[in-house]
Design a protein around this ligand. Structure first.
Ligand SMILES: [Zn+2]
Ligand SMILES: [Zn+2]
Length: 389
């Protein structure tokens, strides 16, 4: 069973919506234009209820099946926001906004879920309620968290929730998924080392924050190498060191910025404790003062094994058995759909974007040929998850 014929019928329409979003990218929670188009379309499709302003600019469309005696309610989620990147493609629908572009394919995610909504509102060939969730601010703003905090799950009675992201590098018409952790938790640390400045030729009068910072960076490497079980994964990366202005002065202070990525709550707790302990004690050894600010970001995106199995079966139905990889490695990137998966069981799948530039690259473009697969997966998931009587 390939893509749903009726969905394929309006593939051109989905591409038109997608290209319009692509031309008009919006950042974080400021997705007002996108959200209002989404809401208008959901109403035009005949959704039973369309609610705006959840999580500031989130939109929800409710579609009831021909019957709802099963009492089942399944949520499907897309993200709507773009990135602060200058587009470097020459496509005719290139971003019209300088410094902003849809470099993560959320234009495609929004259009695919709209395509599924159109089909589901037209056919209603299921027994239960489908909830179409369009969230703002996936790229660092925690829009998924904001929607959950405003009672998304409770208000619509959502029992299970599913997400989808495109993946460059795997063929169009294929899907990839895994049970358990699929994307990492992402935390940040901000370290300010306070030493004592001096003339570069009189180092004995200083507490050199550059030397201290260098030891801190080296010591931090031991966390992933010597504290985390080698059969598990963790990333501790220092992405910025700032200290000093010239060649003959030992500066007063140094600032380090970094990120920690982990795949389980246990290793996340351990890494946080180790980062603080290592930084504080290395600095103390050199007599420098230090402040460590450790901020937790998106949690681990955890695929419920049973729902993953179900979602993979639906993907195989749409794309064919051999085009669905059910055992991909987890990614150390982060995803704020994780908050929805903390609130309700569900799963997150990747849809092939073909041989395009990677996400967050200025030459990236969502592949419109992937949309019928993604939209068909959404539609089938509702029909298979809440079969009509
Ligand atoms: Zn992204
Ligand atoms: Zn993304």
């Amino acid at each position: 069973m390939p893509v749903i014929n009726r969905v394929a019928d309006f593939a051109d329409e989905i591409a038109t919506w997608r290209r319009d979003f692509h031309e008009n990218p919006e950042l974080l929670f400021d997705v007002h234009r996108t959200a209002s188009i989404v809401a208008d379309k959901l109403k035009a499709f005949g959704c039973d209820e369309v609610v705006t302003g959840i999580g500031r600019t989130g939109v929800v469309g409710v579609i009831k099946g021909r019957s709802s005696s099963s009492g089942k309610v399944i949520g499907l989620r897309a993200d709507m926001d773009a990135l602060p990147i200058q587009e470097a493609t020459e496509v005719p629908y290139k971003s019209k906004v300088p410094g902003k572009m849809h470099a993560c394919g959320h234009d495609g995610h929004t259009a695919m879920l709209l395509g599924a909504a159109k089909y589901l509102a037209e056919t209603r060939n299921f027994d239960g309620t489908a909830i179409m969730i369009f969230q703002p601010a996936e790229e660092g703003g925690g829009g998924g968290d904001a929607m959950c905090r405003e009672g998304l799950m409770e208000r619509f009675g959502i029992q299970e929730v599913y997400g989808m992201h495109n993946m460059p590098g795997i063929p169009v018409g294929s899907f990839a998924i895994r049970p358990g952790p699929v994307m990492a938790a992402s935390d940040q640390f901000h370290v300010v080392i306070e030493g004592r400045g001096a003339h570069a030729a009189r180092p004995h009068e200083s507490i050199d924050p550059i030397v201290v910072a260098s030891h801190v960076v080296t010591a931090l490497q031991s966390i992933a190498a010597r504290n985390v079980d080698p059969l598990h994964s963790a990333v501790v990366t220092v992405g910025s060191i700032k200290a000093g202005d010239t060649y003959n002065v030992i500066p007063q202070s140094a600032t380090l910025l970094g990120t920690v990525r982990t795949l389980t709550p246990e290793w996340r707790d351990l890494c946080e404790e180790r980062v603080k302990t290592v930084v504080q004690n290395v600095c103390a050894a050199f007599g420098a003062k230090v402040t460590v600010e450790y901020r937790r970001g998106y949690p681990v995106t955890f695929n419920d094994p049973e729902r993953t199995h179900f979602m993979a079966a639906v993907a195989k139905d749409v794309a064919g058995e051999r085009n669905v990889d059910t055992g991909i490695d987890p990614l150390m990137g982060a995803e704020d759909f994780s908050y929805m998966l903390e609130a309700r069981p569900g799963a997150y799948i990747f849809v092939g974007n073909g041989n395009t530039a990677g996400v967050h690259h200025p030459a990236y473009d969502f592949n419109d040929e992937a949309a019928p697969y993604g939209a068909s997966l959404w539609a089938r998931l509702i029909e298979a998850g809440m079969p009509a009587r």
